[in-house]
Ligand binder design. Structure first.
Ligand SMILES: [Mn+2]
Length: 318
């Protein structure tokens, strides 16, 4: 077993109160990884606290028993796992929980992660935190339950864009094969995750798409998810997913962007098709992510951020 994996299992064996946290506005990789680890440690009879800042999107609710997600925490933790977070800020309102933990273990696959835990298991070659977590859990020699397998599958499926991004390797597929052998029903999961949009969510999605703008010879596509669109369709921000990926579907588009209008800030999601590394652009604005999927947030309104981005990207599309 890898030394860092060994260290993690030593910590688990010597800990009773364990916290598992993921990033704010949790996505499939975050939720899948957190819940897989939750089920793994539950079977070891640990006293667990799950912290996730933000709603579970509707298409993951069927898998998650939301009662296990803590509203607040008071206790000290022997050990805290931080999953799929490129930096501690990504924990959102639960960032201070790190101070309550005796030891912290960061498990992540973002290349911008500098390692902010006591133990850092970071591998940017991994398609997903789920894939990395699979390797960790599997190295214990314990059999993974169908439920754990299902959560890891959800993590990998969603973060690889259904096994289509370049981060998907033959190893990713071998892991998926093992997960299927453990009982994962891939068609059922696909329907729940991708084909279960309530009509109003689909309408909000279409509203976002139809207000798309194209710049720089159609190489840059941009739209925004505004509060107006959310209110009009009675949906939450976290429910409208995949807009940036959809806008990348245009032949000439190299980079797509979605601006999400939050209360006091704007959240920017960037998706790249080929060469342009959007994580380096995001890093300039205090964000991070992957070469082809990254983001950041700024305390300013949608219109100003749009201008800022157009200026920033101008040189790339000369
Ligand atoms: Mn991820």
């Amino acid at each position: 077993m890898r030394n860092d994996f060994k260290e993690v299992f030593n910590l688990i064996n010597n800990s009773k109160k364990i916290c598992i946290a993921g990033h704010k506005s949790p996505d499939g990789d975050c939720i899948g990884s957190v819940m897989a680890l939750y089920n793994f440690l539950k079977a070891m009879d640990k006293d667990l606290t799950v912290l996730l800042d933000g709603e579970i999107p509707f298409n993951f609710k069927a898998f998650v028993n939301e009662e296990v997600i803590a509203e607040k925490y008071q206790e000290e933790f022997d050990l805290m796992f931080i999953l799929d977070c490129s930096d501690s800020k990504r924990l959102g309102k639960y960032e201070p929980a790190m101070k309550q933990a005796n030891k912290t273990v960061v498990i992540d696959h973002h290349k911008t992660n500098e390692g902010f835990g006591d133990i850092n298991i970071i591998d940017a070659e991994m398609s997903s935190t789920g894939e990395l977590l699979y390797n960790l859990l599997k190295s214990s020699g314990m059999t993974l339950s169908k439920e754990i397998a299902q959560f890891i599958y959800i993590a990998i499926l969603t973060d690889t864009g259904k096994f289509s991004y370049s981060s998907t390797t033959s190893k990713t597929h071998i892991i998926a094969a093992d997960l299927i052998n453990l009982g994962v029903n891939i068609a059922e999961i696909d329907n729940i995750v991708y084909n279960s949009k309530p009509a109003n969510v689909m309408k909000a999605f279409i509203d976002c798409i139809s207000s798309m703008e194209l710049y720089y010879g159609n190489k840059f596509s941009l739209t925004s998810i505004t509060k107006d669109i959310l209110d009009k369709n009675k949906v939450k921000m976290g429910d409208v997913d995949g807009v940036a990926e959809f806008l990348r579907g245009i032949n000439e588009v190299e980079v797509s962007c979605v601006l999400k209008e939050e209360d006091e800030f704007t959240k920017v999601s960037l998706r790249s098709k080929n060469k342009l590394d959007v994580s380096s652009i995001s890093a300039k604005f205090g964000g991070g992510g992957h070469a082809k999927a990254a983001g950041f947030e700024i305390k300013d309104n949608v219109e100003n951020i749009k201008k800022l981005l157009l200026k920033e990207l101008k040189e790339y599309f000369k």
